[in-house]
Design a protein around this ligand. Sequence first.
Ligand SMILES: NC(=O)c1ccc[n+]([C@@H]2O[C@H](COP(=O)([O-])OP(=O)(O)OC[C@H]3O[C@@H](n4cnc5c(N)ncnc54)[C@H](O)[C@@H]3O)[C@@H](O)[C@H]2O)c1
Length: 270
Amino acid sequence: MSKSINDIFRLQGKAVLVTGAGGGLGREFARALSGNGADVICWDIDDKGLDETRKLIQEDGADAAVDIVDVGDEESVKAGILRAHRAVSRIDVLINNAGISTRPVRVHELSFVDWERLIRVNLTGTFLCSKHALPAMIKFKAGSIINISSILGLSGFYPGQSVVGAAYSASKAATDGFTRQLAAEYARENIRCNSIAPGFFSGTDLGRERRAAASPESNEAFRSSVQSRTPFNRFGTPDDLLGLIFYLASDASKYTTGQTFAIDGGWTAT
Ligand SMILES: NC(=O)c1ccc[n+]([C@@H]2O[C@H](COP(=O)([O-])OP(=O)(O)OC[C@H]3O[C@@H](n4cnc5c(N)ncnc54)[C@H](O)[C@@H]3O)[C@@H](O)[C@H]2O)c1
């Protein structure tokens, strides 16, 4: 008999570690995966956010483990991986989702402190979590690493005001390069690595520093410049990403590696 969709996209029994799951997109990934049978471990530096994520998952009738881990701190990541291995025998899927943006300014105004802070979380964090999750994946000869990059790593965008800044774009372009190299290095051990490059999504906290610093008029100008530049003429919502998350987390993607998938309402098509 040919395989069913449930066999191909099965998540039951998969252990999934989601970083930055105390809010935003990561919380929605954790909810969707746990709600479909995966054993989910949520990492964040925001303990209240983690508690809220766990509460929502429990209200959905599932459960998840939560742990305070700073992805940009190697000791914190190492200790978190040890604790994760006590909770689940193996990590099948790692979603490197934790990320920040800093106050958006142009390059000549960008402080070294903000540059370093952003690169430490967005890029170094992706490296550290992958590095410390990989040994067990190598041992079990299986794994899927999903890196959340951005369309801003694929093309520049400056609608007359700074949106995120070059450190963010650089971190996301580098994440895609990291994805391809990791994919090439570990395919023989049956470990795959792909990036999801979202377009502009609403309903998350990313960009709060920009929004707080900007006038209502400039926030509205930003919103309308993004919307009119997007062929679907709207921002994405977290559920727009879930189909690809299910694909990359499950064995449905067992022959897919090294790719960057833009989910952007057509932004990169134009
Ligand atoms: N929202 C968008 O439009 C959009 C677009 C493209 C890419 N992304 C990417 O998606 C990912 C999630 O963003 P979001 O929009 O949900 O933002 P968000 O700010 O709502 O959530 C990010 C989460 O990461 C956590 N975090 C921050 N620093 C951390 C650290 N050092 N260690 C562990 N956790 C940390 C935060 O506490 C927060 O819970 C990010 O990588 C972001 O760059 C978002």
